[in-house]
Ligand binder design. Structure first.
Ligand code: NDP
Length: 230
């Protein structure tokens, strides 16, 4: 199985959870440094040739990818009128276009196997919107369209595609937020705190398990009640 962005934060916790179950895990990131026991690949997902090379190496060493967790993502926030074409394109390329590339490549092997699990890491921001995150929210909402279309395209081959929509999670991504903003967000979260990355990982391992075989096209919030189920 493959977890993109497995070197830090949510992706690392997801990779560790699968490793703890005894699964074979490959992780990718630009900088490298995945958890011990994982096949650690350096791969910039915005580069099609690098993605192809990563899949070739995984298939050679671990066999076809049966579970894809497309988790890597970036933010580049600013208000609409200040947002440049580059800021828009950069976030869309990494979060949305790279996911298209990954699911396309991974589904080849899954179709041959006639089974597979695809989990896309979206965000509560896809559903609620967020000022200063037009690029990010659009990219994360786009993942829902991918998942629901893939459910219709691939469902009959026992390939499920689901979306996980975390709220605020304690990672490098949120550590960059100013203290006051973090406090203001926590006030809006019914559970009154940010999530630990492991709390998102639990939902991902469940989606990949036999217990979730009949769940597809779903958007599962892991947000402490922030979106009230949406
Ligand atoms: P981090 O910033 O902690 O980690 C991001 C990971 O993605 C790193 O491993 C990074 O490695 C990798 N990555 C980024 N860009 C690329 C690229 N072009 N090619 C390959 N790898 C890349 O993020 P989080 O763990 O916080 O977030 C993980 C996912 O969850 C993201 O998609 C994010 O949008 C989403 N999310 C996060 C929330 C949060 O509160 N933290 C809330 C909701 C959703 P490297 O930099 O070395 O490439």
């Amino acid at each position: 199985m493959l977890v993109t962005g497995g070197s830090r934060g949510i992706g690392r916790a997801v990779a560790e959870a699968f490793l703890a179950q005894g699964d074979q895990v490959a992780v990718t990131s630009r900088g490298g440094g995945g958890p011990e026991g994982a096949l650690d690949l350096v791969c910039d997902l915005t580069d099609p040739a690098a993605v192809e090379a990563a899949f070739a190496e995984i298939e050679e060493k671990q066999g076809p990818v049966e579970v894809l967790v497309a988790n890597a993502g970036i933010t580049d926030d600013t208000l609409l009128l200040r947002m440049s074409e580059e800021q828009w394109a950069g976030v869309i390329d990494t979060n949305l276009t790279a996911t298209f590339r990954l699911v396309k490549r991974a589904s080849k092997g899954m179709l041959r196997l006639r089974r597979g699990r695809i989990v896309l890491m979206s965000s509560v921001v896809a559903l609620l919107g967020s000022p200063g995150q037009v690029n990010y929210a659009a990219s994360k909402a786009g993942l829902i369209g991918i998942a629901r279309s893939l459910t219709r395209e691939l469902g009959s081959r026992s390939i499920t595609t689901n979306v996980v929509a975390p709220g605020y999670v304690e990672t490098d991504m949120t550590a960059g937020l100013p203290e006051e903003q973090q406090a203001a967000y926590k006030q809006q979260i019914p559970l009154g705190r940010f999530a630990a990355p492991e709390e998102v990982a639990g939902t991902v391992t469940w989606l990949a398990s036999d217990a979730a075989a009949y769940v597809s096209g779903a958007v599962i919030p892991v947000d402490g009640g922030l979106g009230m189920g949406h």
